[in-house]
Ligand binder design. Structure first.
Ligand SMILES: O=c1ccn([C@@H]2O[C@H](COP(=O)(O)O)[C@@H](O)[C@H]2O)c(=O)[nH]1
Length: 608
């Protein structure tokens, strides 16, 4: 049976309503999941996308399920696991905050993702790990610590992340946000030791602490936690499964237990990825934004097999997050699929969307604007739209500096999602640009100096990439960028590689398949559940800037930039000139308009 994703495909003004008789045709999976004796459903980097993706143009319908649908799916799969007499675990690798109206559209006085997280709490997660987006603002970490973690009953892990709080005597103490590790026994009696590790993130707020992964594995608690041999080490964490520090954790465990099965469930780089560190382990990463649901199965066998040295048979699959996928794999139809809990979660999310007024209309976007499916700069680029059109308008509204020429700069990673033609509402605004970053400026910079900053910022990154193999110094610098949180390039590289490797232009032109992810990872066989034509992909710079004013080089102008990049921008500014040493004291607030409001203000003005 073909089902569809979204009855609102044709009428976005009702976008935040449940889809009963969906109309968009979605391809059914071609092959059942391979079950093992231990199975895992994996989510990561959901970033508030709990009502799924609502737009009509592909690839959006691929991801049109919602958290209620997912809860129904999990419940049916749990039942199937009982019938098959196998274990099924549910795991999340972090980043619940920052991304959509449901997480970020709260009224004044609220806390990011606090309300949306009440629905996540209802799912039967066995392990959840902390992400970097739980740490950008202390209030969010505090909310996790006081409201979310207690409800999880020891299943929320933050192996290397602490929060500073007051103890009963009003002294400050550093305590783990969640638990450092969890040992538990599955329904089938398997003993599991699990961790929840965050990559070496350095952009966290004051009064939160991230210990480096290398230091974490030297801790006594770590040695104690892994000393006893379980049937499986389940290493969960917000850390990419490739090109990051999982080997540090993996090797520390392997040093003590040479043969024990290890499963790694990572996140953060927003890609679908898989590798096998050795024959008795597998590492999986399951995308982003409720687009992908990861499936990992293993045949661990009985304890005597656990002790053996044979390779373990593992399987992984990347599921598109929609009801057709869910119904197919849980062996349900459109009438039997919804569980009472699933329906109640969906209804609760819709109520929340209403309470937050997420359908509030700013205007009608005349066309699609994409982050990387159109070249930058171009008319179809959302980066061009943001920095050349929207920011120059919105940031100078009611601004005493409006008449002074300027150059505006932000990081391309500040734009998180494409803008689709048609109604542009509060939810679309927050999804496209969710961060509440402030705009700062340095006044009286000679234009000749100011115009050198953007190319220098980008050249620093580009040179690093080009010469990655040649220079350890530059590799270290790129790593520093990633530690601060600049990871977006990994996702862009992934899209780019997928387009090139799979003849994207040819596949798209043939119209034989819908647009979506086409994954090449390092695990055996095909990982994607549905075969798609890859999305178009164009290289985008790490930093974007508004047009340079046509004035003489000695004209004094304002250099306006988002505070997220302040440290780096000052470093570069001091490299491109040596007349003045610029510090934080030269920087002032440019406007009260935060980055998440820029597109809405512009849409009200230009799209009505
Ligand atoms: O205040 C902020 C915080 C983050 N960003 C951008 O987000 C990514 C990190 O997000 P992940 O989901 O962890 O990849 C970072 O690279 C920044 O580009 C921001 O712009 N402002």
């Amino acid at each position: 049976a073909k089902s569809c994703s979204d009855e609102h495909a044709h009428d976005h003004s009702h976008a935040h309503q449940k889809r009963l008789f969906p109309q968009t045709q979605l391809t059914k999976p071609t092959r059942p999941l391979e079950w093992g004796d231990l199975n895992i459903i994996h989510t990561t980097d959901t970033h508030g996308w709990l009502l799924g993706h609502q737009h009509a143009s592909f690839p959006e319908p691929n991801y049109s399920g919602d958290l209620g649908d997912f809860a129904s799916f999990v419940q049916h799969m749990k039942q199937l696991a009982i019938e098959k007499d196998v274990d099924l675990l549910l795991v999340d690798s972090g980043d619940l905050h920052d991304g959509t109206g449901l997480s970020d559209g709260f009224p004044a006085g609220g806390i990011d993702a606090h309300d949306a997280n009440q629905f996540i709490k209802q799912l039967p997660y066995d392990i959840m790990a902390i992400g970097n987006h739980e740490l950008y603002d202390y209030i969010n970490t505090w909310d996790m610590y006081t409201n979310f973690v207690p409800a999880l009953g020891g299943k929320y892990l933050s192996s290397n992340v602490n929060i500073t709080v007051f103890d009963v005597n009003k002294n400050t103490i550093d305590v783990p946000v969640g638990n450092r590790f969890r040992k538990f026994t599955t329904r089938k009696g398997r003993k599991i030791t699990s961790l929840g590790v965050l990559y070496d993130f350095t952009g966290n707020d004051v009064n939160t602490t991230v210990q480096s992964v290398a230091d974490m594995v030297k801790e006594q608690w770590f040695a104690d936690a892994i000393a006893e041999e379980p049937d499986l080490f389940l290493l969960v964490g917000h850390m990419p499964v490739s090109r990051d520090n999982w080997p540090t954790v993996f090797n520390a465990v392997r040093a003590v237990h040479a043969q024990t099965p290890i499963i790694i469930l990572g996140g953060h780089s927003h890609i679908r990825d898989c590798n096998q560190p050795d024959g008795r382990s597998m590492a999986l990463e399951s995308g982003r934004y409720m687009e992908t649901i990861g499936w990992l199965s293993a045949n661990l066998g009985v304890r005597s097999d656990v002790d053996s040295k044979n390779n373990i048979s593992f399987n992984r699959r990347y599921l598109d997050q929609n009801r057709v996928t869910y119904e197919y794999h849980s062996q349900q139809n459109n009438h039997s699929f919804d569980t009472a809990q699933g329906q109640s979660i969906t209804q609760g999310l819709l109520n929340l969307a209403k309470k937050y007024d997420l359908s509030m209309l700013f205007g009608t976007a005349p066309q699609d604007y994409t982050i990387s499916r159109n070249p930058y700069p171009s008319n179809g680029s959302s980066l061009t739209l943001f920095i050349n059109e929207a920011a120059p308008y919105s940031l100078t509204l009611n601004n005493t500096r409006a008449n002074i020429s300027n150059i505006m700069i932000t990081n391309s990673g500040s734009q998180r999602f494409d803008i689709y033609s048609g109604t542009f509402d509060k939810n679309d605004q927050i999804s496209a640009s969710p961060f509440t970053d402030a705009f700062m400026f340095i006044k009286d910079l000679p234009l000749g100096v100011a115009q050198e900053v953007l190319p220098a910022l980008n050249t620093a990154g580009a040179d690093e990439r080009r010469r990655r193999d040649l220079s350890e110094v530059l590799r270290v610098r790129e790593r520093e960028m990633e530690k601060r949180g600049y990871i977006d390039r990994r996702y862009m590289e992934w899209l780019d590689e997928m387009d090139r490797r799979h003849d994207g232009a040819v596949k798209r032109a043939s119209h034989n398949s819908t647009l979506g992810y086409v994954t090449s990872d390092s695990c055996p066989g095909v990982g994607d559940d549905i075969l798609h034509a890859p999305l178009a992909s164009f290289d985008i710079p790490d930093f974007i800037g508004s047009d340079t004013p046509s004035l003489s080089n000695d004209t004094l102008i304002d250099l306006v930039f988002v505070d997220f990049i302040q440290e780096q921008l000052l470093e570069i500014l001091n490299e491109v000139q040596n007349t003045t040493t610029y510090t934080d004291s030269n920087v002032a607030s440019y406007t009260d308009v935060l980055s998440n409001a820029v597109l809405g203000l512009y849409a009200q003005h230009a799209w009505n």
